[in-house]
Design a protein around this ligand. Sequence first.
Ligand SMILES: *Cc1c(COP(=O)(O)O)cnc(C)c1O
Length: 401
Amino acid sequence: MSGRAHSAVHGSHHGLHPGAQHPGQLAVPAVLGLSPYQPGKPISELERELGLHDIIKLASNENPYGPSPRALEAMHAALEDVWLYPDGGAHALKAALAQHLAVPCECIALGNGSNDLLMLLAEAFLTAGRSAVYSQYAFAIYPLVIRATGAQAIEVPALPLEASMPLGHDLTAMLAAIREDTRLLFIANPNNPTGTWADEQTLRALLAAAPRSTLVVLDAAYDEYARERGIADPLPLLAEHPNLVVLRTFSKAYGLAGARVGYAVCHPEVAAVIDRLRPAFNVNSLAQAGALAALADQAHMRRAVQATMRELPRVIQALEALGLWCAPSAANFVLVRVGAAAQEWFQALLARGVIVRPVANYALPEYLRISIGRPEHTDRLLEGLQALCVAARAQRRSAQS
Ligand SMILES: *Cc1c(COP(=O)(O)O)cnc(C)c1O
């Protein structure tokens, strides 16, 4: 565009609107106040930056065993029909989920990952003048989707380090924080980035006491891992609590994070509300095919989950042997306290081709969140951490002398 044409196009608005030179400022105030979600560093980015190969990513709680081979086959086959729009109602996937979960189809809503469902729930149930409750150190998406709607985000302090579930959700305090205008209460169970969980009794007590005017969104993204630890299935609670919404995902245990499929199990009316609002084809055809085949291969999913949950105590014990404190975890990652050097350690591990997750954005600047990889990934991680501990000790000694 020539300079003249440019000024001709924009000149007519010049001075009329404060957004003319800053079109981003035209966004609604609630959105202007947001900071973007910070995802884990992608492997490709580190390859570019450091010219490293053989990088391992323990930063986004992905499943290092990947999806069922049958899911990959189904996705390859679905490519043939990629010129067709997906089945907008995702009938086959919904029917399979309904059968697998033993709930009616009408109780299921699908999302482009559960992140999509969190946004849709916020958009459907929140607005300025309403509020939503979540815990300190809870999944960072909750305050983001709440505040985007102009609703008030009520953050409830997490349990203290001395508690039996250190840094976990304080469900009693969360219940007490519910107001008349509170429409959503988010519980991540287990929670990311802490790995902590609420036991069934505490959860039942919250649901029994919560007003029906508040939807309780139980984000069970790590449910399959938690089950391996003996934590109860939340789905039976749906029968007694029409205000309960359980979210699950194919991103973690099913190894399909890149495909973006999540689902809500809830009262049919809530599912219908989500369906009214969601983009018509929010789950694409490759993702539908992959999820359907992944769901059918429970044995593959369980093997991956079992391997990960066997590896978890090994990682925790090794970290503790280095003198580092770990939060209790019922998921495929662990939150570890490194101290003031957490950012330095993150960088030093990056230089060794190991990506972990700093969590300063969660106001946990002294901690790192580490996803549980394959045993050989653990070996690489521990080598790096041991070297860092030795270097830190030598530094302390030379500072003392
Ligand atoms: C990973 C994760 C999700 C899953 O997000 P998707 O959008 O389904 O990939 C949801 N909730 C929590 C707490 C998570 O950690």
